[in-house]
Design a protein around this ligand. Sequence first.
Ligand SMILES: [Zn+2]
Ligand SMILES: [Zn+2]
Length: 136
Amino acid sequence: MSDLLQRLRVRGWRMTSQRRVVAEVLDGDHVHLTADEVHARATRRLPEISRATVYNTLGELVSLGEVIEVCTDGRAKRYDPNAHHPHQHLVCSTCGTIRDVHPVRSPLADLPAEERFGFTVSDVVVTYRGLCPSCV
Ligand SMILES: [Zn+2]
Ligand SMILES: [Zn+2]
C-alpha cells in the first residue's frame, strides 16, 4: 500500500470530507490516475465534490511531496501516491496501464561521468514501454 492517508494523518494535513475522498481515491498500489479519473471516482463517494476542489487538492498533495505527477508522453498527466519509494514505470502502449517497477540498480549508474557534461544529476526518469499481458 502507498499508505497515503496514513502519511497525511501523521503530517497533520487538514482532512475535510472532500480532501479525504481525494486521498482515499488515490491510496493504493500501482495507482496512476488522471485528474479526471480522480474526479469521477471521488464523485461516486461524494457526489457534490467539484472538479476545482479535486484539482486544487491534487496540486496541494503534489506540492507537499506526497503525490508525484507522472507524465507519459501523449497522455494526460497522472497522479501517483507512491511518492516515497523511488521507482520507474512500465507503460502499455495500447491500453495505457502503468505498473511501478524497481530496476536492480539506479539508472543513474548507467550514465558514465563523461556523458554527464559536468551536470550534477539529481533525478532520472525511465519509462519502459511495451504491451501488457492483456494487450499482447
Ligand atoms: Zn495493455
Ligand atoms: Zn508509479
